[in-house]
Design a binder for this molecule. Structure first.
Ligand code: EPU
Length: 436
């Protein structure tokens, strides 16, 4: 099993180019089920989750091809397959995003019910509620969600839940509604840039969608969708992770292809911490379009100020950067409070940070982080993708050697993370550790 061995204490210097967003790529790949024409996706990162989605689409009758670093080509060759099998779905919860497109285009979908994971229970009730509102019959048979509808009908759908909206639920309902008869209004829709990117791609395929990026999305159904050639939005979470890697090592890093307008809340918190992002191509004027790509240079003060962070749905501070900012705040000069409002149990990294000498005290969905002068390297265990990223950041700043075990979690969401960090001057290597 692969692990990262990090000798901490090196300042990062150099340039990183941000890849296309994993969390945009997955529902966009699934949307290829909505058409018989070819779909080309550009700037798709090379990640385990992307390969898993490719495997899933393959068994569902969509061929997925890619030459070296080129675009991903998807083409339906068998529209009779409706089943997303347990064996693949259990490797990746995001498989649920084939549900809406398969149902809408093929009249039936059988998708293995995703289980919980290390960040919480992760129910899919809102996805199912949304598809039922569009007229689907939805049931559970032997662990499979089974949804049927000859043709979906437009309706008003409310997607608010106890923790806000649902990102993949919005993707599912919006995708399904593109081929429904009549108009669908999604209230309390997720506003995340990945949903907006999906809306842009579907619109280019012939869908009629307005309001994406706001809590009310209106979809007027059409009879068919065409193929498309689409470039993904840059990955705001990958960008945020490298920004914080630069900050925690007091480095000097240029981030290219950075979606700064999708990182407003993150930039706001970081400025208060004492980390500044300077656009090197001049400050862009504010625009309504959520698709800005900039080059930004990270410059940080040696002294990091403590702050309060609350994770929230977009445009709030993303839960997917909570572990990384916790690592950074472990080195701040005072007490910070981090409150998790999306996944209140997403704190498995706390116990591992404590092993590195951090001072963190969890109380329900909040963690009090008291800054320390330095972290000490230690063997730590990664529990999920973003928690692992937080531990790598802590390892980059720590004195001595940190071994981050189970980096297969990181390979799900960061393309060649150790290579990128090596290029920036970090002392990090991937080693094969025999499973205990
Ligand atoms: N929820 C419900 N019912 C539902 C769906 C969600 O109660 O039917 C709850 C969840 O339990 C959670 C909240 O609503 O408390 C938000 O969950 P959401 O459905 O938005 O999460 P998701 O769509 O399954 C995506 C990302 C996650 C990211 C979350 C929140 C993908 C593939 N995954 O998940 O990314 O944390 O949105 O922003 O897009 C990651 O990349 O590491 C990752 C976990």
């Amino acid at each position: 099993m692969d692990a990262f061995v990090i000798h901490g204490g090196r300042r990062l210097r150099g340039t990183v180019r941000i890849h296309g967003a994993k969390n945009a790529a997955l529902p966009l790949m699934a949307a290829s089920l909505l058409t018989d024409e070819p779909v080309t996706l550009r700037d798709v990162p090379r990640l385990a989750d992307i390969r898993n989605m490719g495997r899933l689409l393959d068994v569902m009758g969509v061929s997925v091809q890619r030459a070296d670093d080129g675009p991903l080509h998807l083409a339906t060759h068998d529209s009779g397959k409706c089943e997303a099998p347990y064996d693949i779905v259990r490797t990746m919860r995001a498989s649920i995003c084939v549900l809406g497109p398969t149902l809408a285009r093929r009249g039936e979908a059988r998708v293995s019910m995703p289980g919980g994971c290390n960040i919480g229970d992760r129910p899919v009730d809102l996805h199912l509620r949304g598809l039922k509102a569009l007229g689907a019959e939805v049931g559970l048979e032997s662990g499979y969600i089974v949804a049927r509808a000859k043709r979906l009908r437009g309706a008003r759908v409310f997607l608010g839940g106890p923790f806000g909206s649902t990102v993949l639920g919005t993707a599912n309902v919006m995708s399904a509604a593109t081929l429904a008869e009549g108009t669908t209004i999604i209230e309390s829709a997720a506003c995340e840039p990945e949903v907006t990117d999906l809306a842009h791609m579907l619109t280019a395929m012939g869908a009629r969608i307005s309001g994406a990026g706001s809590p009310r999305i209106v979809v007027e159904g059409v009879d068919r969708l065409a193929g498309v050639d689409h470039t993904l939005v840059p990955d705001r979470i990958e960008a945020g992770t490298y920004i914080m890697a630069a900050a925690i090592t007091n480095g000097d890093v240029l981030i290219e292809n950075c979606p700064t307008d999708s990182l407003t809340a993150v930039i706001d918190r970081l400025e208060e911490v004492g980390v500044n992002l300077e656009p090197t191509d001049g400050a862009a004027p504010p625009t309504e379009q959520q698709n800005l790509r900039q080059s930004v240079r990270i410059a940080s003060d040696r002294r990091l100020e403590p702050v309060q962070v609350v994770t929230q749905p977009f445009p709030g501070f993303p839960t997917d950067l909570q572990a990384q900012i916790m690592a950074l705040l472990c080195m701040a000069d005072g007490n910070s409070i981090i409150t998790e409002k999306i996944f209140p149990d997403r704190f498995l990294h706390v116990a591992e940070l404590l092993r590195m000498g951090a001072r963190c005290l969890r109380n329900g969905p909040s963690v009090l982080v008291s800054g320390v002068h330095h972290l000490e390297g230690a063997p730590v265990m990664a529990s999920d993708l973003r928690a692992s990223a937080g531990l790598v950041l802590a390892g980059l700043a720590a004195r001595g050697t940190t071994t981050v075990n189970r980096v297969y979690h990181l390979d799900r969401g960061y393309e060649g993370m150790e290579l990128t960090l090596q290029q920036l001057g970090a002392d990090i290597e991937r080693v094969d550790v025999p499973a205990a």
